[in-house]
Write a protein that binds this ligand. Structure first.
Ligand SMILES: [Zn+2]
Ligand SMILES: [Zn+2]
Length: 466
């Protein structure tokens, strides 16, 4: 049963999600001053990730810390070996290999030899939308990240659609996905680590029983308590057959073409939905920009957002994972966010979680400073005039930015203090008073952003982080 394996999308752990706003602020100043050290550390870490550590003999080791290091190296090697010797995960492997081949042969043959009616194409389209959005709005944003609450009718409808997607039970999918965020890019613990390359992160991780793909469900206590999800998990194989064969055939019978519906809304839809989701784990960690963080490989990519129902804004998602939006800007293509927001207007979804604009902008500006510092570091001493003034502008702006962040932190501390001491019935007055001060800070962050853009333009560069 493919339930053995979950297919997931994009956390530097749940911890990041919970703490993100405040922690980011608290870390801002520290991160800024430790800018160079960070790059060195990151380089060292990624080098460790790329090259398996060689075993050393205990006998030649005198220092206890060397023994500890050796222990770690041995463990690493043993775990790497487990990856090399991982046995085939037969049921998912058969499904994931046979369905694309079958779709590639049967679909063109069927379309050339049969007339397919408009209603059948309509069912194909509707099932594509239902299955795709059930993974993104259901398994991903609702169950894995608890980014909003949904009426049971919506929840169950999405659960049914996600079952139709054949991407594992909710337990497997969500457990794997939370591990992915928690251990993102870790070769040993991220179930679909992009550090193991395109093939592994796209599909390879499901074809064998890799140690990183064994989920113990300790990270999904909220799901294992849920009766409906228990049933979905327990009878997952039956549900998959009932939806993909039973439901699809029944709808086919209703539109007068069972076989046509099975080929298009069954087989072709299944394969397309599979690979569109897999892109999030593979290409969305490889191609695109990193406007919010470069502490992991996740990227923002508009083209991939089209195929993935808005999940292509993966860099944002890895930094602010509990936000119900992935494409956070109003103009970014994210049908999943529109669905969730739309349903909230009629009371079917509620408690939509978002990150405030100032925190988002702060992350962007921080990344632009990183890029500016990188540019400055790469310059040699004999600088042309434009570069010299760029360097000076960045320095002045950075000092001003640091001061803004300090003011912001002070305001946050003041907010906590005022809310503690004020009477509950006067809290709205406190909010009104503080609102104005927060708006001032936000305006300042936007000004830093504009000044950075101008500085980059003066040397013919774009401020967008690569
Ligand atoms: Zn996620
Ligand atoms: Zn990811």
């Amino acid at each position: 049963m493919i339930a053995k394996k979950a297919i997931g999308l994009p956390l530097k752990g749940l911890r990041f999600a919970i703490k993100s706003g405040d922690t980011i602020l608290q870390n801002a100043t520290v991160q800024a001053t430790r800018f160079k050290t960070w790059f060195d550390d990151a380089k060292a870490k990624s080098a460790l990730n790329e090259q398996p550590t060689t075993k050393r003999s205990y006998a030649s080791t005198a220092n206890p810390s060397d023994v500890a290091l050796n222990d770690e190296a041995v463990t690493l090697n043993v775990r790497e070996l487990e990856f090399k010797k991982a046995p085939i995960n037969w049921i998912p492997a058969v499904i994931l290999v046979s369905t694309p081949i079958a779709a590639a042969i049967i679909t063109p043959w069927y379309l050339m030899t049969h007339q397919v009616s408009t209603p059948v194409w309509g069912v194909f389209g509707a099932f594509m939308v239902w299955t795709g959005l059930s993974i993104t709005a259901g398994y991903h944003r609702l169950l894995a990240h608890r980014a909003y609450k949904a009426h049971p009718a919506v929840r169950n409808f999405l659960l049914l659609g996600a079952t139709l997607a054949v991407q594992g039970s909710s337990f497997d999918w969500v457990s794997g996905h939370r591990s992915h965020h928690r251990h993102v890019d870790d070769r040993l613990d991220d179930p679909y680590s992009a550090k193991r390359g395109f093939w592994f992160s796209h599909i390879g991780w499901m074809l064998r029983n890799y140690p990183s793909g064994k989920f113990d469900y300790k990270n999904i206590p909220d799901l294992t308590r849920d009766k409906v999800l228990q049933i979905q998990h327990k009878y997952y194989g039956l549900w998959v057959l009932a939806t993909n064969i039973g439901l699809v055939s029944a709808v086919g019978w209703l539109v007068g073409d069972v076989w046509g519906t099975l080929v298009l809304a069954g087989l072709l839809r299944l394969v397309l939905t599979h690979h569109f989701t897999f892109f999030i784990n593979s290409l969305c960690h490889m191609i695109g920009n990193r406007p919010y963080t470069d502490t992991n490989t996740a990227r923002d990519n508009f083209l991939l957002a089209i195929f993935t129902w808005g999940e292509g804004y993966h860099n944002y998602h890895h930094f602010f994972q509990y936000d119900y939006r992935n494409g956070v800007k109003w103009w970014q293509y994210d049908p999943t966010k529109w669905l969730i927001a739309g349903l909230s207007k009629v009371g079917l979804t509620s408690e939509l979680r978002t990150v405030d604009d100032a925190t988002i902008k702060h992350a962007e500006v921080q990344m632009q400073f990183k890029k500016a510092h990188k540019t400055i570091d790469s310059l040699n001493t004999d600088l042309p005039q434009a570069m010299q003034s760029f360097q000076e502008r960045i320095k002045v702006e950075y000092d001003a930015f640091t001061q803004t962040i300090e003011e912001w932190q002070a305001l946050k501390a003041k907010t906590v203090e005022m809310k503690k001491t004020e009477f509950a019935d006067r809290l709205h007055e406190v909010d009104d008073k503080l609102k104005h001060e927060y708006a001032k800070i936000e305006k300042k962050i936007h000004e830093h952003n504009d000044n950075l853009k101008t500085a980059f333009r003066s040397i013919g560069h774009s401020s967008r982080a690569a």
